[in-house]
Design a binder for this molecule. Structure first.
Ligand SMILES: NC(=O)c1ccc[n+]([C@@H]2O[C@H](COP(=O)([O-])OP(=O)(O)OC[C@H]3O[C@@H](n4cnc5c(N)ncnc54)[C@H](OP(=O)(O)O)[C@@H]3O)[C@@H](O)[C@H]2O)c1
Length: 285
């Protein structure tokens, strides 16, 4: 059984690699990466490192050859680029005769108001149309996305948000990656859709957890989207990124990430890492 995973030199994929190496032999693993020289550590541990660049479909044919199960870690560009890249990966998986695709999607990809959702909706559709058995790993929201806010609070700033009482199913990137590894190494996941969400909490609740870890009271500053945008601009967020950060706050306010599901702990076969522990790790980094 050959298990391949893309993005192995990224944050998520490198944790997947570690998790897989703990549960299956290294020689059953294929790391598909766009820059193999960045994956020397995996090669040194016996993983078959192959070049697989979503922008060079011919490389994907070789990268996916002989692979039984494939994890496609979503790429990180703009929406149009990612849709093209993900389509290239799915098409190559079909050509290579891959038997199963797991894909890192986003919460309620088919109906979410989040600006990121269309990429995932389309990719899920490509995979469904491919006829390859699949598992959609609808990752809710990395706690790591809030590293900047957590560090700002540590430095004395209030917790700033325009998301109101909207809740988010935050969990650590490590938990999401370990769930992906579990899907790749166990049975019974054909044609599944997993909503991988921590227990949804509000911004104020997360700020209180950060406060507990830091041992101080954290002020929560609720503002409207316009104020959020101008404060973010003042803090150095590039102009092009402002609609994105504001759009995330708006979507959270509208409930896009307020998803309750038991799928996550079921896949991990353990409780999720508490947010307080995740915050502690982030503060150490
Ligand atoms: N749910 C959430 O909260 C959340 C948050 C952040 C990101 N995400 C999604 O999850 C994905 C993984 O997250 P992450 O933290 O691991 O991000 P990341 O470190 O930026 O990983 C993205 C990976 O995509 C690879 N990639 C980009 N373009 C590629 C191409 N043309 N061909 C092959 N591989 C390509 C990158 O390769 P290199 O290593 O060569 O750069 C990298 O390994 C992100 O890309 C994004 O889609 C979700």
């Amino acid at each position: 059984m050959k298990i391949a995973f893309t993005g192995a030199t990224g944050h998520f994929g490198s944790i997947v690699a570690e998790a897989l190496l703990k549960s299956v032999p290294a020689d059953s693993l294929v790391a598909s990466v766009r820059n193999p020289e960045k994956a020397e550590n995996l090669r040194a541990r016996g993983v078959d490192v192959r070049q697989g660049d979503f922008d060079k479909p011919e490389t994907l044919d070789a990268a996916f050859a002989g692979v039984d199960r494939l994890l496609i870690v979503s790429a990180d560009g703009d929406n149009d680029t990612r849709i093209r890249q993900h389509k290239a990966a799915v098409d190559a998986a079909v050509r290579a005769g891959v038997g199963f695709i797991a894909y890192t999607s986003v919460g309620r990809a088919d109906s979410s108001s989040l600006f990121l959702a269309p990429v995932h909706k389309e990719t899920e559709q490509f995979i469904r149309e491919s006829g390859i058995p699949y598992s959609f790993l609808r990752n809710n929201w990395y706690l790591e996305n809030e590293a900047g806010s957590i560090q700002a609070v540590q430095a004395g700033a209030p917790w700033l948000t325009s998301a109101g009482e909207g809740k988010v199913g935050w969990a650590t990137r490590r938990d999401y990656a370990e769930a992906a590894a579990a899907v790749l190494t166990s049975e019974g996941h054909n044609n599944t859709v997993y909503e991988l969400s921590g227990t949804p909490v509000t911004q104020a609740e997360l700020a209180a957890i950060v406060g507990e870890v830091l041992g101080k009271e954290v002020q929560v500053q609720q503002v409207d989207d316009a104020a959020y945008s101008s404060i973010m601009a003042g803090a150095g967020v590039p102009e092009a990124a402002l609609p994105i950060v504001v759009g995330i706050q708006r979507a959270i306010r509208e409930g896009a990430l307020d998803i309750t599901s038991g799928d996550f702990a079921k896949l991990l076969q353990r409780p999720l890492t508490p947010l307080s522990e995740g915050v502690r790790e982030l503060l150490k980094a």
